[in-house]
Write a protein that binds this ligand. Sequence first.
Ligand code: GCB
Length: 606
Amino acid sequence: SVTNGMLYPRESESRQIQELDGMWNFRADTSPSRNVGMAEKWFEKQLAKTGPVIPMPVPSSFNDITTDRKLQHFVGWAWYDREFYAASDWENKRVVLRIDSAHYNTIVWVNGQHVMHHEGGHLPFEEMVNPYLKFGQANWVTVAVNNTLTPHTLPPGSIEYMTDKNKYPPGYFVQNFEFDFFNYAGIHRRVRLYTTPKVYINDITITSRFEGSTGYVQYDVKFGGLGNKTYPFVEILDRNGDTVAKGVSLSGTLHIPSVTPWWPYSMSKDSAGYLYTLKVTLKSESGSHDVYRQQFGVRTINVTDSQILINNKPFYCHGAAKHEDSDIRGKGLDFPLIARDFAMLKWLGVNCFRTSHYPYAEEIMDQADAQGIAVIDESPGVGIRSNANFGNKSLEHHLAVMKELVGRDKNRPSVILWSVANEPASNKPMAQHYFKTVISYTKSLDPSRPVTFVSDAEYDNDVAAQYTDVLCINRYYGWYQDTGHLETIPYQLTYDLEQWYKTFKKPLIITEYGADTVPGLHTMPSYVFTEDYQVDFMRQYHAVFDVFRKKYLAGEMVWNFADFMTVQNVKRVVGNKKGVLTRQRQPKAAAHVLRHRYWSLINETH
Ligand code: GCB
């Protein structure tokens, strides 16, 4: 049986890629019903023939590209289309259209014919398009993306119509949600066509461990296409491209003598981010070959009642929570931004980041693997707070999303922990069954990694933390509570850490602490919103962390790596300013404090 694997599109001697990134035609359906495009079937002809279009870059959020306030805050169907050619010699191949992510609900047509439908942003989807293509001719692809959030989407939200004619213009509505970042939308990541032979490698799963100096690599290859006889050949290549192990079956265990384990860069200077390649060659009965190269690392993750162990050594996470967010492109994939972020992560000495609050682009995850930075891989389960978010329909969707996420990232050595949600209402009784189910399902998908969710509840009312392997909690003492009173931080944080540990007996990570800081504001003594306050605030937390990291504190993660956009709100000055870097990725004063601390911790470890 073939369920679609989600192998990243990679070129090989048997696979070609055709990029569809660039300027697409774009039209937002701003009609009062928000549904004229669907009713008029805009996909049946080229978009420019249905009405006015503007050029829109792919990948990018559409919100901040133009000067149009309506488009910035648009909620509804956004339509994209463009032309492309399908080479005539592709007829004998399998041609797949892959969208790495689009937010939120997406329908795709090729030459006016329905190809696929996907619910959920932040994760890839694809379909074989041979039946819809005109080979050796021009084709066109239409993508309609709707960013409307409902109580059952992840993240959830709702639309509220304001009908008081004395207060609001006709048709006025607001989109409500309980998460603190701008609901950017559009085709956020790359769009590609790729080809494979008709009998093809559909999925590869790799897990690893080592004993002494020998690495054991368990692999499982799934193939797709007609015929049931295949002749597989697998080999493991080291970093230099030398073959270190071979096999001739679809699944098995290969041995690597004198293996080099994958380490975070904070734990090893020489083998940080060491990646092997599993080269899979699949010969079919008809003689065609498919070749795919899957990178992986050899490493283990274990959790005791007070520590996270990587390769049996304690790992202390000194990290940051991030966002996919920047000027103009919003959540759109951007290579210069990725490179800059990793340069700044290393400059800061960050050895671990959380993909708050949704799965990040595969190109980002590739860098974490290769540069040796650990990742807490989070699902888009953020803002699950109202009763309507805990029903069966929501739960089913959450499980489906976890399956897509684990399917996409399962082979990544950087991923040390799955986070199924951020700050759900885990103090509500209904959260117990919901998270018990999501966490145990995630463990069944991937028994090799610990699972958590991030809590903002209290040690004495959280009903879901008991199901996690690692406790993750967000705390804002001296910010949202006792604002400006730095002297309360050590008392409240110490008491809290002690109580959580006493209650659950699990390693603990403070996954968020932070203070909004407008760059350039200074006062002495420090005052909230100044750079000086962010520095003083962080020093209070760090003193407590230093006591507890010798016990059961397994990590500290500042909120946030960089400033990011939010909805307009009286608590937010053009977005959330808790970054230690500005949105343009330049340091505030606190960044220097963090850098000093994190690099001392690294030097302690080395
Ligand atoms: C939190 C949320 C995060 C917010 C942050 C804040 O607890 O997890 O998404 O941005 O607080 O700054 O309020």
